[in-house]
Design a protein around this ligand. Structure first.
Ligand SMILES: [Zn+2]
Length: 196
């Protein structure tokens, strides 16, 4: 591998110290390639999910309730990456993208913003004390197994919920866009936020 390519394959951008902390965290989260059940997914959960105090059900979905609001917030911890590990993510001009060298070298097959952005949003909501019940689904990308487990085995956990908000991509043929305060429009394949 040439020096220039290896430099561009850094796990996080070299100017990450200039990026707002919350965005730097998102870029670091995007470096985890997390097929369902992979070592990288487990490491991601240990790094980001368990520190919130969320507890796993028997399937492995993680739950956390703040306050009394009857709202379910959900995302999923796995991605559609075809193998576990770390990937390079580049940042510039307000865009986070998968490093194209990484793609060409088959290091990675996707950015994984679905559902890393959703997880990141929920982490910030938890830290801000936004009320509701948070669930981080497992094995979503291999057939919605985590959410099916809840529907079939413990639907009572959803009793009394008034609304369920899923921070996930809508459908399989297009990217959804989520507006998150002043953070940015967010898409499944590319993340954009204002530079000002
Ligand atoms: Zn998804």
């Amino acid at each position: 591998m040439s020096r220039s390519i290896s430099r561009r394959l850094r796990a996080v951008p070299s100017d990450i110290h200039r990026i707002p902390e919350r965005i730097g965290e998102l870029l670091t989260m995007l470096t985890y390639m997390r097929p369902a059940g992979s070592a990288s997914e487990v490491a991601f959960i240990r790094e980001y999910i368990t520190p919130t105090g969320a507890a796993a059900d028997e399937f492995g979905n993680y739950w956390l309730t703040i306050g009394d609001a009857p709202i379910l917030w959900s995302s999923h911890t796995d991605t559609v990456h075809n193998h576990s590990g770390k990937q390079a993510v580049t940042y510039g001009d307000g865009y986070a993208t998968l490093n194209y060298d990484a793609k060409a070298l088959s290091v990675s097959n996707c950015l994984g913003a679905d559902c890393t952005v959703g997880v990141w949003l929920m982490l910030h909501m938890i830290r801000a004390g936004v009320e509701g019940t948070y669930v981080f689904h497992r094995s979503e990308e291999i057939g919605g197994l985590g959410s099916s487990y809840i529907a079939n085995e413990c639907p009572d956990r959803l009793d009394g919920m008034f609304a369920a908000i899923a921070f996930d991509r809508a459908g399989s043929t297009r990217s959804s866009r989520i507006k998150a305060g002043n953070a940015a429009p967010l898409t499944g394949s590319r993340i954009v936020w204002p530079t000002s």
